[in-house]
Design a protein. Sequence first.
Length: 206
Amino acid sequence: MANILIPYYSAYGHIYEMAQSVAEGAKRVDGTEVKIVKIEEFDAVKEAMSGQEAYVQAQNVQDAVETATHDHLRWADGIIWGIPTRYGSMPAQMKQFLDSAGGLWASGELEGKVTSIFTSTGSVHGGQETTIITSLVPLLHFGLLYVGLPYSENPEQLTKEGIGGTPYGASTLAGPDGSATPDQRDLTMAGRLGARVAKIAGKLSS
């Protein structure tokens, strides 16, 4: 049995949609309990983006999702982070949440928990790999155990088509204008990531 937490940040809904598939994959593993929680948006961003209909609609869809807390991290045996790219690394909203968890770092409460990352970018070379790799650094400081997405479980990665998928974690393309939706193959890979983390977290927690 394992508790799987999926904390995510999503401005336009792409990461939120991926989070649903990650959760579905984790739930397919017997004895797994899953929670999806969102990283709180900055008030300044809400105000600045209030004139963008796509942003407003995406935020309204996520309105009922519970806001992530440190207690959620304590509850989890495995944590799968939904982190969109901002210039090749995590957005400030996610960084602030991790920065605020210094007490958990100091106490070592997250050490030994399984973790992974899924992401979204505007273009094929917009930071799918760098976002995951750079976001891994603070997770290692917390003592989390990182799980990737190997080619043996994810043959869709071996393609020249413009879809997501990396050995570092699941990913999707939002498109330069954010109008693209996750390809079904991206969602499939996201589900496999959820299942992989849930299986490993279950073995370690038992």
